[in-house]
Ligand binder design. Structure first.
Ligand code: ADP
Ligand code: MG
Length: 709
């Protein structure tokens, strides 16, 4: 009998176990059994090739229509081409120097074929695909049941095919395993759910469609229940945790008096909520979300002052060097020289000279520094605090759970924590990803902010693209400044991801024409007649922090009028005189990222203009994202749409690439209703006394989430 935690090597052999670990991080029996099929195919139903996403690993059911063996032009060697049909379209398989495959692959045979989908002279192609052919005899017998038996299609990779995963899972299922049932029998019956063990069997080995449908429903319920129980448990633990009590005093009131503006109503409310949290004696766990430019920093700074009042320390973690140094400068300015000195405000980044860093580390350890602003350098082992009371994470979506926890763990007692984001998160998502955290929202922008107009520019329309540069030159002539953002640093380089965790959609380089790069765009703009005489600079993550600072200073002071950059400028950068944002190959960026980028303009007295240049075809997801941006300026609304668009891909099952998230089947937006409905059931279950085994399950789940986060 296998248990959830049995390592796979003993069951499947070293080779398969290693491959599963390497490709998916699957280590144990539970990990493998929770690797659920993405969708189901049937032997009798050929996959529709038209829907295959280029660049993704796919698994298709196809039938060989014809084959062709020929020698390669102008080179040694042969190429064996196989044309698969789906009833409508065609997909070519190409094998180099593998003549022997002719014996297996001939017209009429059917099977599963898997590989990364490419386009070759306008046709879809799999090069050296892996495949498993269906047994010809059974096809001939036309066993109807067999043709209709659902075949699970697993998230797979180029080296680990869906059917190899399927075989590994069958082996584990055959060996028999235990699973901890969380949901009591009467509740299972009342909700018409399958028991856990049966659901796991049926999601992997359904006999008919209704089997996996019911299994999926049951497992989702199970997952929602675990989620809610975990959250309840965490909340209970949090209530037991003690934290320092901080009350604001003279530092804050002086700061407020000197503020050059009036706080927005949202800032006032958020400030009150935070003040209440800090005085409760339990750790604050709050998210502050608000549009780009809504003024989150000043809210955080007011919390810092409350903590500093009684000598407590605060750390502000920012995702990039550019942002950390900008925060440092603007916070020092907001506090004024006297308070900055009194609090010992310091900057800590990995690129500072060692001597500077050492001095800062010393001040942090001795308590002389009551506010440190830094990048991930704050997370390194040699960093310690005298009395860390408040952890602030800016642009939290750029950090993983592990990084947030690493900073918190530097406090001797549980610190208060405030995470800030301009990528608003629907409440359900916030709760599931961050635990039971409280949310403050800044829904209005400070007075006097200008609207931003956004247009999508079709890259194939030369006249429109020329108009983009004309607009830039008009803005500059009117005394304003412009950003030009590119997905890459230089033509050879992979996409620049700033210094922190990249957004997943940027990991895979897109096929097709080379995306715009900073170096090549910079060179071409210097020679662009329309921009003659305009001072252009460039900025990207591979420059030293000194160079970056210099360029940013020059741009902030107006010495540079146009800045060609990667997304290093995505977060936080504040240049009120910048009015225009041009994003080249905008479809290479995620929706929230584009929204952030756009927020860099329209921050001063001038209306903002955002031009998204893209070659995305209408109807594609990439195009829909851009279209949504051009119509909608509210970040909250966009975040719902973003999840919706992403979720859509999942429903269609067309992104078959791997990757694990802490949630298996639940989708926080689509399943929001279920997650909420399960809440009271979880409360009841928890009251009815949770078994020790169940507590263990929750702990394991929690640990797993941390490890993956
Ligand atoms: P974000 O929420 O994007 O981090 P910031 O905190 O960087 O926004 O604020 C953007 C700008 O708005 C800063 O220059 C800040 O000083 C200014 N600001 C913040 N609050 C107000 C306010 N209530 N009225 C006017 N300006 C404000
Ligand atoms: Mg900010």
């Amino acid at each position: 009998m296998l248990t959830d935690l049995t390592p796979l090597a003993g069951v499947l052999g070293d080779k398969t176990a290693k491959a599963l670990d390497k490709q998916f991080g699957i280590k144990t029996v539970a990990d493998l059994l929770l690797h659920f099929p993405r969708r189901y195919s049937k032997r009798g139903e050929l996959t529709d090739f038209a829907s295959l996403p280029i660049g993704e690993v796919v698994t298709v059911v196809g039938q060989v229509q014809s084959t062709n063996q020929r020698s390669m032009k102008g080179r040694k060697g042969s190429i064996f081409e196989v044309v698969l049909g789906d009833g409508n379209g065609q997909l070519t398989l190409a094998f180099f120097n593998q003549t022997w495959r002719q014996a297996e692959l001939h017209a009429g045979v059917q099977g599963l074929f898997s590989g990364k989908i490419g386009a070759f002279s306008g046709r879809l192609q799999l090069t050296h695909p892996d495949y498993e052919l269906f047994d010809a005899e059974i096809i001939d017998q036309q066993a109807k049941a067999w043709a209709e038996l659902p075949i699970p299609i697993y998230p797979a990779t180029g080296t680990l095919s869906s059917w190899r995963i399927q075989k590994a899972i069958e082996k584990v299922l055959d060996a028999g395993h235990e699973a901890q049932e969380v949901i009591p029998a009467d509740l299972l019956e009342q909700q018409k759910l399958m028991p856990l063990l049966m659901s796991i069997e049926m999601i992997h080995r359904p006999k008919k469609d209704s089997d996996w449908e019911r299994a999926t429903k049951s497992l989702k319920f199970h997952e929602a229940m675990l989620l809610q129980l975990g959250l309840l448990e965490r909340r209970k633990n949090a209530e037991l945790e003690k934290a320092a009590v901080y009350r604001s005093g003279a530092l804050l009131s002086k700061f407020d008096e000197a503020l050059p503006f009036e706080l927005t109503p949202g800032q006032v409310v958020a400030g009150d909520q935070i003040a209440a949290d800090l005085s409760k004696g339990h750790p604050m766990n709050r998210m502050l979300q608000g549009e780009v430019g809504s003024g989150k920093t000043v809210v955080a700074l007011r919390a810092v002052l409350a903590v500093a009042e009684s000598g407590g320390q605060s750390a502000l973690l920012a995702p990039t060097e550019v942002l950390a140094s900008q925060h440092f400068r603007s916070i020092a300015q907001a506090l004024g020289p006297a308070v900055t000195k009194e609090l010992g405000v310091r900057l800590l980044t990995g690129q500072q000279p060692l001597a500077v860093r050492k001095k800062t580390l010393l001040d942090m350890a001795s308590g002389n520094c009551r506010l440190v602003i830094g990048t991930h350098a704050l997370l390194s082992e040699n960093v310690s605090f005298f009395d860390l009371g408040l952890v602030i994470i800016d642009e939290q979506h750029r950090f993983g759970v592990g990084q947030r926890e690493a900073l918190k763990s530097k406090a001797k007692h549980s610190p208060h924590s405030l995470v800030m984001t301009a990528t608003p998160i629907p409440r359900t998502l916030a709760v599931t990803v961050f635990g039971d955290l409280d949310v403050s929202s800044l829904r209005e922008l400070p007075k006097g902010r200008q609207p931003i107009v956004t247009h999508v520019v079709d890259i194939s329309r030369k006249d429109l693209v020329a108009r983009v540069w004309e607009r830039v030159s008009e803005e500059v002539s009117a005394g304003r400044q412009a950003f030009v953002v590119c997905p890459k640093i230089d033509p050879q380089h992979l996409e620049d991801t700033g210094e922190m965790v990249p957004e997943p959609e940027n990991l895979e380089p897109e096929p097709g024409p080379e995306p715009a790069s900073v170096t090549s765009v910079f060179a071409s703009l210097e020679n662009n007649k329309m921009l003659a005489g305009i001072r252009i600079g460039s900025l990207h993550g591979r420059m030293s922090s000194k160079e970056k600072d210099e360029v940013m200073d020059q741009f902030e002071s107006g010495q540079l009028q146009v800045l060609v950059a990667t997304t290093v400028i995505e977060v936080g950068v504040n240049v009120p005189n910048a009015s225009t944002m041009v994003v080249l190959d905008a479809d290479h960026f995620g929706l929230s990222q584009l929204h952030q980028l756009r927020g860099r303009v329209g921050r001063g007295e001038h209306a903002g203009l955002c031009l998204l240049v893209s070659g995305a075809e209408p109807e594609t997801l990439a195009f829909l994202r851009l279209d949504a941006l051009s119509r909608i300026s509210d970040g909250f609304e966009l975040s719902e749409i973003d999840l919706d668009l992403r979720g859509e891909g999942d429903v269609l099952g067309d992104t078959q690439s791997g990757g694990r998230s802490s949630l298996q089947l639940l989708r926080v937006v689509r399943d929001a209703k279920l997650i909420q409905e399960v809440r009271p059931l979880a409360v009841a279950l928890e009251k009815a006394d949770m078994s020790e085994e169940l507590k263990l399950v929750l702990q394991i789940q929690d640990a797993g989430q941390l490890a993956r986060g």
